[in-house]
Write a protein that binds this ligand. Structure first.
Ligand code: CO8
Length: 259
């Protein structure tokens, strides 16, 4: 499939790289880009060869937010009936394979929220995160008021959302928003290596691990731990568990088949 606002590549076996590609607007998220992102995710979800995704932007911007020019004149009725940002948020949220956000430059507003919808964020030293919607007289609308406090705590989230203060990569790492910060010229190497490592694991175990970590935000500790134990038990029904443990004992690399 070909896209106008995305570049989709397969840099290594099992890894799909999706690059947001509206450089003239710092990858602002307009309806075309969000629609194409949904299509690319549909394709990646149904392709059994795809094991992990990397979502990235340009050196200058991961994404500078929702497209302000496109939405500035919208009425409440239009926003409500089109359920703006609902479909893409649900699509990413329900995506079962891991998505790594590789962030360089600006990740603002919807761009920061898009990164937070991914499973983890690897940031370059140039990354800057912010929720500046308050400057426009609005608020985050793709989960920022909910995911940011879960990631960085209430105080920093309030500071960022109410003052529109941007944080740099080092502060984002200290706050737990990003998993690691790397040199700008190493960002894609690091993100693609992490994705290749995930792609080499049992896809069954990967999906279950992802599901359970996400469940930690939606359930109690007691329920989450109980479900984890049952899923852990259930992994022993798969050939991949036998292969993984046999390979350890035989001192060789496992060959997971997803069975
Ligand atoms: N939307 C549309 N165009 C944009 C956006 C954007 N979010 N961000 C940048 N652009 C465009 C600029 O207009 C400019 O275009 P042009 O060359 O035609 O004038 C081009 O990109 C380059 O931008 P700048 O010249 O401004 O570049 P600078 O390096 O000077 O500044 C900034 C970079 C700081 C990133 C600046 O562009 C900026 O502040 N951008 C807006 C950031 C922002 O406010 N983001 C939040 C948007 S609102 C949002 O995301 C809400 C999400 C939830 C909605 C939910 C609805 C249900």
């Amino acid at each position: 499939m070909s896209y106008e606002t995305l570049i989709v590549e397969t840099p290594s076996a099992g890894v799909t790289l999706i690059r947001l590609n509206r450089p003239e607007a710092l990858n602002a998220l307009n309806s075309q880009l969000l629609g194409e992102l949904c299509l690319a995710l549909d394709a990646a979800e149904s392709d059994t060869m795809v094991r992990c995704l990397v979502l990235t932007g340009s050196d200058r911007a991961f994404a500078a937010g929702a497209d302000i020019k496109e939405m500035s004149d919208r009425s409440y009725a239009e926003m409500f009936t089109s359920d703006m940002f609902g479909p893409v948020a649900r699509r990413i949220d329900s995506f079962r394979k891991p998505i790594i956000a590789a962030v360089s430059g600006f990740a603002l507003g919807g761009g920061c929220e898009l990164a937070m919808l991914c499973d983890f964020i690897i940031a370059s030293e140039t990354a800057r995160f912010g929720q500046p919607e308050i400057n426009l007289g609005v608020m985050p609308g793709i989960g920022g008021t909910q995911r940011l406090p879960r990631a960085v705590g209430k105080s920093k989230a309030m500071d960022m959302i109410l003052t529109a203060r941007m944080i740099d990569a080092a502060e984002a790492e200290r706050a737990g928003l990003v998993s690691r910060v790397v040199a700008a010229d190493k960002l894609m190497d690091e993100a693609l290596a992490a994705a290749a490592k995930i792609a080499s694991q049992s896809p069954l175990a990967v999906m279950m691990n992802k599901e359970l970590v996400n469940a930690a935000f939606d359930t109690t500790l007691t329920t989450g731990v109980a479900v984890e134990r049952r899923l852990f038990h259930s992994l022993f029904a798969f050939e991949d568990q036998k292969e993984g443990m046999a390979a350890f004992i035989d001192k060789r690399k496992p060959g997971f088949t997803g069975k």
